[in-house]
Design a protein around this ligand. Structure first.
Ligand code: HAM
Length: 421
């Protein structure tokens, strides 16, 4: 039987990789402007790291983790997200005293056993950033504006930034009781999931997608109206700074996140034309997680965005500049041209050009067809006549223009044509 890839897992094929590379290069370009450096983290960790940080009562930990015992009997989990690993690395390597806030970003696959559907995979890729070491609302807004700048650079429109405050670990237990009391009065009307959440994770009722539950939840008291003074103050500073940078946003009191480590600012970016799985990015402040994982108290802020969703949304308007087609396709006509064709291709590659060729010596027509298919910018024709005269025909595939050129001038000729376009 033919072996196929696993459900909810996708190959990223060579013809589409340029999209990924372009998005990643924009991240590599923009994030360092704000002081972020890349960190590369392992794909699997001790299971406890995720259950302790993401929260035992979350969907991720309860139902979605890929957990297995390795041959030594240790419980291992394929990472469902990156924040826990960043914090683990921060504590393990005692990265405690950076000159300023420690800022890191990561790019890579995450694993969640969810029901696959459009935009929802079991192995998906994230770009995430974490800023560690400051409680200042300036950090929250700097990171969110960096994200919006990143989206602007990718020409993304029809996106929406929603923010909320999840308060502090002091005001949340009080609010939890108020919310549980409100839920109790409607318990018989709520879906089975929400009934269950009532005791274990009541805030998640705001996340329920069933129409009946979201209608009822709209009437429940909101956390944003029960914030402690310091959290309320933090939130109004965040709003003032977003206004100061003219960043459009809306406050969504129903925005709760699916991971337990957040406090104060939480945010999401959604796209209007993504269908049901419309969150491209989510994040927020997590001031107590480092201490919970045995590091010193370190307030943090971060986000992660879903690359598959972002790739499908990005318009890639200037595709000509992003796709790496060959510069030259070398066409060799006849046995005698083999060596010289090989040498010329080799030398052009050493000079930095992308060179493709046909490895069979087929007819001019069939090789030209292949040159067209590869979308090469030029083709270089090497036949017996060309060897005799020492001049080769360089054809611009877009204009049809042909130039005769000796081997030593090929590179400058290609460049001069390139510059004219
Ligand atoms: P998250 O909201 O769980 O946050 O995931 C962030 C993004 O990953 C989502 O907005 C979505 O675009 C993408 N994503 C999540 N699950 C899937 C899936 N099954 N298939 C495709 N894409 C998916 C976090 O992971 C936090 N660690 C973010 C964070 C960083 N908070 C602070 N720092």
């Amino acid at each position: 039987m033919k072996i196929q890839s696993i459900r909810g897992v996708k190959d990223i094929l060579p013809d589409e990789i340029w999209k990924w590379q372009h998005i990643e290069s924009v991240a590599h370009n923009i994030f360092p402007r704000y002081g972020f450096k890349e960190i590369r983290l392992p794909i699997f960790e001790n299971t406890q790291l995720f259950s302790r940080s993401i929260g035992e009562a979350t969907d991720i930990v309860e139902k979605e983790m890929y957990t297995f015992n390795d041959r030594g009997g240790d419980s291992i989990t394929l990472r469902p997200e990156g924040t826990a690993s960043v914090v683990r690395a921060y504590v393990e390597h005692k990265m405690y005293n950076p000159p300023a806030v420690l800022k890191m970003f990561y790019i890579g696959p995450m694993f969640r056993y969810e029901r696959p559907q459009a935009g929802r995979l079991r192995q998906f890729n994230q770009i995430g950033v974490e800023a560690m070491g400051s409680p200042s609302p300036i950090v929250d807004v700097e990171v969110m504006t960096m994200l919006m700048e990143f989206f602007r650079e990718l020409d993304l429109d029809n996106i929406k930034l929603s923010i909320n405050s999840l308060g502090s670990h002091e005001c949340r237990p009080r609010y939890r009781e108020i919310l549980q009391a409100a839920i109790a009065t409607h318990l018989d009307q709520l879906c089975a999931n929400c009934k269950e959440r009532h005791q274990r994770n009541p805030l998640r009722v705001f996340d329920c997608k069933t129409e009946q539950c979201s209608k009822i939840a709209a009437g429940f008291p909101k956390l944003i109206d029960h914030l402690d003074a310091a959290s309320a103050n933090h939130f109004s500073e965040v709003r003032a700074l977003l206004d100061a940078t003219s960043t459009p946003y809306s406050v969504d009191p129903k925005l709760v996140r699916g991971l337990d480590y957040y406090n104060r600012t939480a945010f999401e970016v959604t796209a209007k034309n993504l269908g049901a799985q419309n969150a491209i990015c989510g994040g927020g402040r997590y001031d107590t997680l480092v201490a919970e994982l045995d590091g010193p108290p370190t307030p943090c802020f971060g986000f992660a965005l879903g690359l598959e969703r972002l790739v499908s949304l990005t318009p890639f308007r200037d595709t000509k500049n992003f796709q790496k087609h060959p510069d030259v396709f070398v066409i060799c006509l006849g046995e005698k041209t083999k060596t010289i064709g090989f040498q010329i291709a080799h030398e052009l590659r050493l000079k930095g050009f992308r060179v493709e060729r046909d490895y069979e010596t087929g007819s001019m027509k069939s090789q030209m067809r292949k040159a067209n298919k590869t979308q090469s910018q030029f083709c270089l024709i090497i036949g017996d006549d060309e060897i005799r005269s020492g001049k080769f025909v360089l054809k611009n595939m877009a204009t049809g223009e042909q130039t005769e050129c000796p081997a030593e001038k090929l590179a400058s000729e290609i460049l001069s044509h390139r510059h004219r376009e």
